[in-house]
Design a protein around this ligand. Sequence first.
Ligand SMILES: [Zn+2]
Length: 447
Amino acid sequence: MRRALLFVALLMFTGVLGLARTVAAQTSRSVYIRAGSLLDVHSGHVLQNMVIVLDGDSIDRVTKADEITIPASAKVIDLSNAFVLPGLIDAHEHIFLTGEDDGRYDEQLLKESYQYRTIEAIKNAWRDLDAGFTTMRDCETEGAMYSDVDVKTAIDRGLIAGPRLEVATRALSTTGGYPLEGYSPEVTVPSGVQIVDGPDEARKAVREQIKYGADFIKVYGTHKFYFEDDKLVSIPTFDLDELKAIVDEAHAEGRKVACHAYGDPGLHNCIVAGVDSIEHGLDLSDDDIREMKARGTWLCPTLYAYITVEEDDLKESDGTVSRASVHEISFKKALAAGIKIAFGTDAGPFPHGTQAKEFEYMVKYGMSPLQAIQAATIKAAELMDYSQEHWSKEVGAIDPDKYADIIAVQGNPLDDITQLEHVKFVMKGGVVYKNDFVQPSVDKLTQ
Ligand SMILES: [Zn+2]
């Protein structure tokens, strides 16, 4: 029955696949993209009347329109009335969460098979691609074990459409340090992460996750939190010895460690243990910021996710404080201190495909639009680099020899960052997945 379901889902996708294959076949001819405005994401310069020449799935060169003769036989994609930029990177999301409905988390883990959740994940990945995210770092499957590795493989093999993925698999926390929670001790319930205690168990779990396909290790440095007076208080999970064992083992195998942490000793221990990125980082102390700066620790802030839950937080704190209000202060301090910041959204608890809202808050809290776009392109690619994958050589900019991962919007996002919430053209690896400049997509699975 489960296999039958998966088969039906694959049939559903043949519309999309048909489109992808047709365009892929066309890319065997030379493809030229006319770009009215083209963002050089390195310098921030907007180049006018450019042509991008593709070579299969990659970019061959970028040149001024008046310096090239396009052969009559070539396929030309006309974006001469559009603003063209590199495909976006979301460095923190969860395709295995479809959290539009309140309380769905427990239901997903208790009532839905891995197979069903994988079908949902495929749809979520498609929504993200449709919104212009051509690469993503998927920050754990929330109880769906190693299914992210399968989705990644299916995308890479061209079986389904979706962004390029870097995957965490199961993630790690301690006993009592992650849902499902609140059930009777007599009932065995699934866990949203792999639960381990002590340095030895932690080290073994890192080995196991890498063995089965983890590109990086996701660890929870804090879990429970509450509001006291006008403060956010975060409870640590792992102790420093456990965190050091995780980081040591991951780094020995050439993998990075991403640490979910809100603040207080749980977050500080993660920095001192040598994690590569702090995810969320809501409540960074001045000491945390100094330490992150000295060590080159990344911050992946996911601002918008906390805006979506601000009302609930304010109810809980009697209107005194919310995670969003604490986070705004931390983000501004981190930005002023020159901490490396990569764009990530935590899409999943809120709908996939809507995460470009994050740009708005990055800019509202002090980033220039160019900085925000760089965080979602060259910076996010750099965060994702690890020993076996050189993302920054392959994605994040419209440069020769990088993948032809290209998007376009109507107006200039350097003037109005919300343009990125309305991506009209999406190409990944030379294949056009969306071109609303020609006609609205009919192959969408999202509506
Ligand atoms: Zn997350």
